[in-house]
Every structure is written in structure tokens, then in C-alpha cells.
Design a protein. Sequence first.
Length: 525
Amino acid sequence: MKKKGQGQKGTFGELELPVSRRYLFPASRRPMLLLGALLGGAVLAFLLVDLFAAGGRFVSNGPLSSNHAAFGSDCGNCHFAAGRTVSNDKCSVCHEKFGDRLGVFTFAAHYLYRSDDFRRVVPSDRERPCFACHTEHEGRAAQITRVPDGECLRCHDFGSFNDRHPEFDFVAEALPDDAGLRFPHAHHVREVGKREGLEDVERACLYCHNAEPDGKGFAPLDFDRHCDACHLGATVATPALPIRQDGRLGVETVAAILDRGAPGSRWALFSNPREFRIRGDSLVKGPLHHRDPWIEENLRTLRRRLFTDAGLADLLAASPDAPADDLRRLYEEAVATLEAQVLELRGSPDADVQAELERIESALEGLRRRLDDPYAALDETRFMLALDQRNPELTDDEAAAIDNLAADLTAPCRQCHLVADATIARVQTGQRVLRRAEFDHRAHILQRRCLDCHRRIPIAEGAATAEKLAPEVDSAVIQNLPGIETCRECHTPALASQTCVTCHYFHPNKSHRSELLLYLDRGAG
């Protein structure tokens, strides 16, 4: 390398490439490293001061909501480690106190809750963690349960309430309200108004539709409270019915039922003999009681002749027809009937009876535990809750005679109830619509009267006349509920809220949260 004077460039190699002293001797990096260390130390000092003196406001992006305010600056309550997101397991420590298999706050529970189909309880790649919908560190006044619509629309293809939201199923599909009753609304409103001296039609509606304590929904209808004052009075009785004897088709007397010693017939020991008037080969029962045990026992006997095997349906007072979400109630009724029968047979001195009772009680205990799990799958085919196999040995004339006798036996009942196959149809005491949405009557009554929305049946017009309306206009099968357009009169972008969580909730019914023993058991474990 050739050199020149101080500060001048020289050349390098045979090609005489220009060089400089700076290329060979770069400037020192010490100032840059010192500056970086000072800046890093300043950031670390700020984070430490923020974490220990300022409650971690910079790290956490804001204070916790009031729901979690008690956690304070203890990040470990929710985070496994600093800087890591919150896992569902951390949320379940406080929120899952049930001891059930699914957990009410899981996606599996949501799938089951929305579909009533246990096949849907499978992992999904679309599942979202809890914190994705319930955002924290937005301040004490933040409502972390007010999930934005965008999170719901990740799975659901609907638009807003005013944009592509589908019509309610019971309107779009014209679903009937299978109440199992003959019930004209306008006639009853008129009669209740007369008896109670009510001039306001809607006050007569609320005589039967009693609000629940929270004001949102209504308690189930009850015969003793709402119907007994007018129906099944002291003069109501059955027509003359043939008595079963010498192989002749007929009803059984109380004495015959006691002699047969059927399980669950202890009521016959306490029946009033004056309610039974026997004239020759016929019998008249009156007055009648709601769920009259004598009528139920005779219907059960006739049903056993109609069907080869009624299964657990034989333990029900009404038909086993029920939707999947109401199947649990059928099993509870069957278990209650079996428990009463076991209690009666406990007094038997027969050792074989006692041994059999031990096995029955063991099975009942297992079924009780299964029913206590709100998400346990109930197999209706295993328990044969269906009446679908008529006795092939019966001729058509014999089957028709049994049906006719059952109709005569239930003549007073059929004023309100539907009867088929020697079975009273199950009564639906509450409507099964909008079960997965939240509707607060208490809030809406401030803006609208009852008949402003419930106007599919012309109740006010029918109550003003002395004639009954045609069944096509006024009957129990008509869903007297508004469609979505009625709701959109108020729920618009400019008026009442129309977000998803205004009406819908993701998690299923959380009524089991009141079982405090489950909390204690969880804590002990």
C-alpha cells in the first residue's frame, strides 16, 4: 500500500484502490452502548415504579373492572406469568363451581345449550378464549359482559338486529303452541273480568299470567290458582260408566283396586265412598278432583290393555310427549312415582319383595344422581318413554271400545284437556319460545301495553262480545307473540339498544350457582 501525506488518501494493492484511515480504524461504539444502557435502565426503572408504586397502570393498560377489582395488582390471579395472556383454566377457578362434566361457561356447554344435541359437544377450531370476549383493564366502570357484536359474528352469520337478522322461528316456521289444552283466550278474559269486576282487559290477562319475582317472565300456570274457581265444581261428575266384571270391559271400583293391591294405590284407602254412586252394573264418580287418582288409575289400566309395553310412560299421569329440552321433567315424574310406590311396599313382610325393593332403590339412587347433573344425556329409547306399539292381539272393535270408554271416563276432563290412547295430553304450562334470549317484561311495560305487542289473537275485540271466537282465530295453539318487525319499532340504531347481548346470552341457565354446597366442595378439593 502506498502512503501519502497526513489526512490524504493513499492507494491499496496493485490496482491502487483508494483507502482511508477510517476504514481501517472505525469510530468507537462505546457512546452508543452507554446511551442504550441508560435508556434501557430508564425503561426498567419506569416499569418497576409503575408496577409497585402506581398499581401497574402502564403494564396492564388500565385498572381492572369492578368485577375483578379485588384482585388489585396481584397479576397472578389471572396470569400464569407476567406478559402472558389469561387462560380459560384461570377463569374457571372462580367461575366454574358446579362439579358437572361440561362446565356452564365452556364452549361445549354453549353448543349443547343452543342445540340440545349432545353430539355437538366436541372441540372446535372456532372456539374463543374467555378474554377474547371479556376484555379487562378498561377501567372500573367497564362492563366486561357487554360483548361487542363482532365477537358473536365470528361464528354467527347474522347482521345486526336491523340487518339480515332472521325472523323468530315461531313466526317464520309458523310453529304451533302445543299447549295440550282447549283454551280460548278471549272467552276466559271476559269471564275473569266479570267475576273479578275488572274493566281493564289487560288486568284480566295478568290474573293468570303472574310475573315472576324478577319481573322478566311469568310463572307457570297452575290449576289450583287459576282454574279451580270456575272448573270442577261440586256438581261435576262422570257419566254412568260400566263396571268391570266377569271379563266385561269397564272401570274398576275402589274395592277392586284395593283387592288388586297395585303399587301406588294407597290413595284408595282414604277415598270418600260418597263420591261413588253405584247403580246396578254402572258407576258415577262425582265430584271430581283435578288429577283425580281414580280416573288416573283406570286410565292406566285401559292403557295397559291398549299397549304391550308402555315402559316408564306407565308411571306418568299425562302423555310422555315432550320436546328434548323438557325430557328431564318426564324422568323426574317417573322417579317420583316409583319412589311413592317403593314407600308403600316397604311395609310388606315378604322377603322377596324387600330384596327387590333394595335393587329398585339402588337403581333409583343412581338415576337421581344422573338427574342432578343438568347436562347429563338422557336416553329416551332406553327408558321407552313412548306409546308407539299397540297390542296386536286386540281387534279393531276391541281397541275402539277401549278408546270410547276412556273418552267417557274423561268426559269432564275433555272440556279443557285433549285425550288420546287412554292418555291425557301433557299440558304445556309455559311457552317454549325465545328460550335462548333475554326478554324483560318489566322494562317493556313502561313503554308498551300488553296488547300492543300480543295482538295475533284479537283478545280485546273478542272479550267485548258475548260470542266465542272461531278456533282459527282464538285457540291455545296460536302463538300470540309479536314478530321481529314489532321489536324493530323501538330497537333501532337511533333508539333502543340492538346489540346481540341486549337479547341473547352465550352461557346457559346458571341457576345451579345458588347451590352453595358445590362451592364449598370445590374449595375443599
